[in-house]
Design a protein around this ligand. Structure first.
Ligand SMILES: Cc1ncc(C[n+]2csc(CCOP(=O)(O)OP(=O)(O)O)c2C)c(N)n1
Ligand SMILES: [Mg+2]
Length: 639
């Protein structure tokens, strides 16, 4: 037996957890970010301090290295960025105080769960004993004294437990590790830790601290399900693969290439799946859906069988269920999660992406798509590529168009560099325009599309892959929401380039607002004008000065030439470099005209809204339900 506090036991336990897949072992939880307050300063904080001091004394790295984050939401984003970059094999823990420190992590938890990315959250909680009475920052619901703000984590976590007695710690930890390492269940994993329990000592059996390896499975498809999937695929003349994040996380990109080459199936990509296939592979037709290319969306409109791999079929991917338009289109869904595999009435192939792709390639030996279809995909993709190239070379003055900024960043980056983004107009433009050269070269968080993810998530990417250059693309709105983790990156000596696109407001939502008849209401960064509306002069907010104040090297660009020169300087500069570039938001990037379902007010006194409602009513009928079963029901009546 070893006598330790609950927090000390937790730290010691986490230091010896590993993940393993294909015989390769990783640390499961590589470190712990934290912001201290009552609720964790004397518990987890004290334990991390002891761990660090013991390591320094012994000349080794701590069991659970600590990083000081500046915003709790940001530190969860950092953990998410880290986990995604490591293909879910490793993540970080996050410790917070009680109350607002804890609830600040809830957005990050939802983001992790939506994106199916593992993070370990350790919010502090109020006294289990309640001896001190009402605690500062306690929720205090009169009719439910056991309900705490940490209960907010329940719906956004894939695992939630509260350790109210030391004896509960081992089962909480083992349950948490299992979910972190399970690709079908993973997401935010939360263990709420009452502040008194964290500091409480107990005698722990030695075996709790025995090194453990959590096997990350590659589930094989059930033979009957594989046969059903092959049946449907073999009947296809115009197949289309839609590759999602699951392909990348399961390291199935080579298997996907082999499948595409063997079958002649064009491959389209979701946001999380972008990079599944190099952009210049003849089978690649690029981004699909609301932010898709004309190539992928034209094929989607006619595809007779769609093979979804590791995708959740989110509305941006399906253009709100309008992009797959062929009558009788059928789906085969490869996924480790049953709920995703069953979508669109598809044949569910519950399996790891790599294993499934290998089995499908083998099972389809000798079968190929209609050669004219394959060739058409290559031709359409080449035409889109010319559109992309032209969007880089508009010569727009004085400020460049956003597409030209993307072109300059693309030209500046190497194959292994990583572009990071999350919200605004940039993710859609990147999805369509960025030419990905490496499976981990594109990191756009578009499951939650959370403003503020960009810099914090980029820090996680940089920590996970210090050998790659990280370029964070962030809009002025997103930057303003969370620049805080620049200070963390500076403290950690991390190098990354932040491209801050200054277009004076929420241009993406401005355009959306206009499309739904809401006249860009509330999307511009302006003074309140004489008429009482927010339509006065541009605000004098200087975000570059803000970045400099946080310790970044700052470069300012007003033209494309200045921007290109600034990138060259950034390339020679260590640490965090923020390149602010002024852009002209009036030049939209080329797109495919795909739809996105955003309902419009059905009655209004505004002509802008009435016109938008008419447009909406005309577009809505194109939405499909994909209810037809992929295979006829041949089993017959129950006996
Ligand atoms: C936390 C959060 N709040 C609100 C939104 C809705 N939203 C999406 S994009 C956006 C504006 C982003 O502005 P900016 O970063 O300047 O990018 P731009 O649209 O100008 O390209 C808003 C408000 C969001 N995605 N995340
Ligand atoms: Mg903006």
């Amino acid at each position: 037996m070893t006598r330790l506090t609950v927090a000390q036991a937790l730290v010691r336990f986490l230091a010896v957890q590993h993940s393993e897949r294909d015989g390769v072992r990783h640390r499961l939880v590589e470190g712990c970010s934290g912001i201290f307050g009552h609720g964790n300063v004397a518990g987890v904080g004290q334990a991390l301090l002891e761990d660090e001091l013991a390591a320094v004394q012994a000349g080794r790295t701590p069991g659970l290295p600590y990083r000081h984050a500046r915003n709790e939401q940001g530190m969860v984003h950092t953990a998410v960025g880290f986990a995604r970059m490591r293909n879910r094999m490793s993540t970080l823990a996050c410790t917070s105080s009680v109350g607002p420190g804890a609830t600040n992590m809830v957005t990050g938890a939802a983001l992790a769960t939506v994106n199916r990315l593992p993070v370990l959250l350790l919010p502090g909680d109020t006294f289990a004993t309640r001896a001190a009475g009402t605690v500062l920052q306690e929720l205090e619901l009169p009719a439910g004294p056991d309900v705490q703000v940490t209960d907010c984590f329940r719906p956004v976590s894939r695992f939630f437990d509260r350790v109210s007695r030391p004896e509960q710690l081992p089962s909480a930890l083992l349950g948490a590790m299992r979910v972190l390492a399970d690709p079908a269940e993973t997401g935010a994993v939360t263990i709420a830790l009452p502040q008194d329990v964290q500091a409480e000592a107990a005698d722990w059996p030695e075996e709790l601290f025995a090194p453990r390896t959590w096997h990350v499975p590659r589930p094989v498809p059930e033979p009957a399900a594989l046969a059903r999937a092959l049946d449907v695929l073999r009947s296809a003349r115009r197949p289309l693969v839609v590759s999602g994040g699951g392909t990348v996380y399961s390291e199935a990109t080579e298997a996907l290439r082999t499948f595409a080459e063997a079958t002649g199936s064009p491959v389209a990509e979701t946001q999380a799946g972008k990079g599944s296939l190099r952009h210049d592979h003849p089978a690649s037709v690029g981004a699909i859906g609301a932010t898709g290319t004309t190539a992928a969306n034209a094929l989607a409109a006619e595809a007779d069988v769609v093979l979804g791999i590791g995708t959740r079929w989110q509305d941006f991917t399906t253009a709100s269920r309008t992009v797959f338009a062929a009558p009788g289109v059928r789906f085969v869904n490869v996924n480790v999660a049953g709920s995703d595999a069953a979508k669109h009435s598809g044949v569910a192939l519950l399996a790891d992406a790599r294993v499934a792709l290998e089995a499908l390639t083998e099972g389809l030996a000798g079968w190929r798509a209609d050669p004219a279809w394959t060739e058409r995909g290559t031709r359409l993709a080449a035409a889109w590529d010319r559109t992309v190239q032209a969007s880089h070379e508009l010569g727009h003055r004085p400020h460049p168009a956003q597409s030209e900024v993307i072109g300059a960043v693309e030209a500046w980056t190497g194959d292994r560099d990583v572009v990071v983004c999350a919200a605004g107009s940039m993710p859609g433009d990147l999805h369509r325009l960025w030419r990905t050269r490496d499976p981990k070269g594109y990191h756009v968080e578009y499951g939650f599309s959370c403003m503020g993810y960009e810099i914090a998530g980029g820090l996680g990417v940089a920590l996970a892959a210090p050998d790659r250059r990280v370029v964070v693309m962030v809009g002025d709105g997103s930057y303003l929401m969370m620049p805080t983790e620049i200070a963390t990156a500076v403290a950690e000596g991390v190098s990354m380039t932040v491209v801050l696109v200054q277009n004076h407001g929420y241009q993406s939502i401005g355009a959306l607002s206009e499309a739904v008849g809401s006249q860009r209401f509330g999307t511009r960064f302006r003074y309140r004008g004489p008429g009482g509306r927010l339509d006065g002069d541009l605000l004098p907010v200087d975000l570059a000065a803000n970045a400099a104040s946080l310790g970044a090297t700052v470069l300012r660009a007003g033209t494309l030439a200045e921007f290109t020169e600034a990138l060259a300087v950034a390339g020679r500069t260590e640490g965090v470099v923020v390149v602010e570039v002024l852009t002209d938001p009036s030049v939209p990037a080329p797109d495919s005209g795909a739809w996105w379902d955003v309902p419009v007010a059905q009655v209004s006194a505004l002509s802008s809204t009435i016109e938008a409602a008419h447009r909406y009513a005309r577009a809505k009928p194109a939405q499909r339900h994909h209810l037809a079963p992929a295979l006829p029901d041949t089993i017959g009546e129950p006996s």
